[in-house]
Design a protein around this ligand. Sequence first.
Ligand code: FEO
Length: 160
Amino acid sequence: MISEKLQKAINTQITAEMWSANLYLSMSFFFSKEGYDGFAHWMKVQYEEEMEHACKLANYLVEREGTPLVDKIDVVPQGWGSPLEVFEATLSHEKKVSKMINELVAIAEDEKDYSTTDFLSWFIAEQVEEEATALNIVKRLKLAGDCGTYNVNNELGARK
Ligand code: FEO
């Protein structure tokens, strides 16, 4: 059975993942309105991935005889700038999430709950990938200029 402290921390992370989902949905709506359908699609897929992260954490709590909660989700930013600024905000947000996951691992290690450290290793790898992907898009948008941004938009529209 998982400890109260770890259960609380994982529930906080569930809320953070759902906030992340809403953040990317807000970005998706913004891109849609601006006519960047490819970026809007990419962000919609990202929204779905964040909801999967929340559900993965919830399922783990159930497996460990804990109780997952759906808590209040704070409002996310609604207005955005250029595509480059949006993806820079994405990278910055993912760096923050990586720190949160590391803090969760630290709590699990402190409690010698090695099932949880093992479970969280998936999230650590996922964060490395999410940061690298966002960084790659930021670099490409910096190189691209206005015309190239349109091409990157078209490419990201193919995200599965
Ligand atoms: Fe669930 Fe993008 O971290």
